[in-house]
Design a protein around this ligand. Structure first.
Ligand SMILES: Nc1nc2c(ncn2[C@@H]2O[C@H](COP(=O)(O)OP(=O)(O)OP(=O)(O)O)[C@@H](O)[C@H]2O)c(=O)[nH]1
Length: 254
């Protein structure tokens, strides 16, 4: 099994044509695709990075910006650790739509919540996340290589600040700030994961069921939700799968 310490799910959303697919391909494949077609539904790519000496697997979900795919893409927001909301700095309407995106994300991120702890037998590292709070939320202006900018950086930055988000401008075309975007997200998620780790003693009292033969559910959070929570979601949920060898899962009743 591949060796990594954390698996993080990063989801990109934003209007059609802002460059989400190009950003993902620039980061995961190091190229700027010529004649990139519109994304149909949702696509995903994986890249393992090393941050602060830890191997981190980033599962990057690229959603379609077109309205007609919205019902498919909505279901991906709620299981994200980090959400990147992208606009095109040379296209005012893509910036004007950001409040609508925020409303929609809020609506879908606030659905059922539950709390699960996942650990390995000997270390039992655990992390708990609030489902209705993304750990890392970035507003990102793309296409900085263009000379027909419509949204000044300061306006984008203000919007991000008002909504408590990170802000970064990138160019997928020129590979400007793209690595930085994903590495900073990974670093932020690691920090938050570490700060949420609980000592072993705090985890006693819950029921532990053996998952040794079910480790193929790594990262499949929706399946974990359904399978291990008896259809009674409540409280918080867990999204990190911390170790390659998953020995046990603890479901806490709240
Ligand atoms: N100049 C410039 N063009 C870019 C950049 N990133 C993407 N593009 C162009 O913008 C267009 C749309 O890019 P995509 O990556 O397909 O956009 P998307 O957001 O994934 O679009 P949907 O899949 O429809 O949601 C393409 O023609 C890209 O070549 C960039 O950084 N600079």
């Amino acid at each position: 099994m591949e060796d990594y310490k954390f698996l993080f799910k990063v989801v990109l959303v934003g209007n059609a044509g802002v460059g989400k697919t190009c950003l993902v391909r620039r980061f995961t494949q190091g190229l700027f695709p010529p004649g990139q077609g519109a994304t149909i539904g949702v696509d995903f790519m994986i890249k393992t990075v090393e941050v602060e000496g830890e191997k981190i697997k980033l599962q990057i979900w690229d959603t379609a910006g077109q309205e007609r795919f919205r019902s498919i893409t909505q279901s991906y927001y709620r299981s994200a650790h980090a959400l990147i909301l992208v606009y095109d700095i040379s296209c005012q309407p893509t910036f004007d739509c950001l409040p609508d995106w925020l409303r929609e994300i809020q609506e879908y991120a606030n659905s059922k919540v539950l709390k699960i702890l996942v650990g390995t037998a000997d270390t039992f590292e655990t992390m708990i996340l609030e489902r209705n709070k993304f750990l890392c939320f970035v507003i990102q202006g793309n296409k900085t290589d263009r000379d027909d900018r419509e949204i000044p950086s300061a306006i984008g930055e203000d919007f991000a600040k008002q909504n408590g988000m990170y802000f970064l401008e990138t160019s997928a075309k020129e590979a400007d700030n793209v690595e930085r975007l994903f590495y900073e997200i990974a670093a932020e998620l690691i920090e938050q994961a570490r700060s949420k780790e609980m000592p072993r003693s705090e985890t006693s009292g819950g029921g532990i069921s053996n998952l040794a033969n079910k480790s193929n559910y790594l990262g499949q959070n929706e399946e974990l939700d359904e399978r291990y929570c008896d259809g009674q979601p409540s409280g918080k949920w867990m999204m990190f799968i911390p170790k390659t060898e998953l020995d046990a899962i603890m479901v806490l009743s709240l």
